[in-house]
Design a binder for this molecule. Structure first.
Ligand SMILES: Cc1cc2nc3c(=O)[nH]c(=O)nc-3n(C[C@H](O)[C@H](O)[C@H](O)COP(=O)(O)O)c2cc1C
Length: 166
């Protein structure tokens, strides 16, 4: 393995990438700087989930030999977001390790911020329609209005185990 490559908008994915770099000793690079590595280098790729897609993954796949993919998102693990990613990209043999990131409205800018504000007001309407009873929805709204941070070293354990077996 040659490096860890990441794309991050508000910093959660970057933190995972750096943590992983410390644990493995691999160098950590932003996808923007991909040109500093030779084409075809073996990498672990981390990107954030944006409407079900893993940001930067297509670009990374074209340039590098991606050996493992880590989507970072807000979806809870029990909703199996990794399965959705595998299906979306038609992945067969590529190991996928979903990592739960976080959310911080203050760090969002421009269109993403606007989209999230619209999303929150839609969820709030649905919550009212549920007679203020849908606790799952309430937790989602609260998570988006306040900051949430699920980044932890523990979440990286399955990935590190896999890496150590390579
Ligand atoms: C525009 C937008 C779309 C998002 N779409 C998804 C999604 O489809 N699934 C998901 O689990 N999280 C989604 N999220 C949450 C981000 O993936 C999450 O906040 C992630 O930790 C961001 O990582 P970053 O800090 O490295 O940018 C979305 C966030 C934004 C702003």
């Amino acid at each position: 393995m040659n490096a860890i490559i990441f794309d991050s908008n508000t910093g959660f994915t970057e933190r995972y990438a750096k943590m992983l770099g410390e644990k493995t000793g691999l160098k950590v690079l932003n996808i923007r700087d991909k040109g500093s590595l030779p084409k075809g280098s073996e990498v672990i790729y981390l990107g954030w989930l944006n409407a079900g897609g893993v940001t930067g993954f297509k670009k990374a796949r074209k340039y590098f030999n991606v050996k493992a993919l880590c989507p970072v998102g807000l979806t809870p693990l029990d909703e199996l977001p990794d399965k959705d990613v595998i299906k979306r990209y038609g992945l067969k043999d590529l190991p996928v390790f979903y990592l739960r990131g976080g959310f911080d409205m203050d760090k969002l800018k421009g269109l993403y911020k606007l989209l999230m504000k619209i999303m929150i007001s839609m969820l709030e309407k649905n919550f009212k329609k549920s007679g203020n009873n849908d606790i799952y929805l309430k937790n989602r709204i609260d998570g988006m209005k306040n900051k949430v941070d699920f980044v932890s070293e523990e979440n990286l354990e399955p990935l590190i185990d896999w890496y150590n077996q390579q």
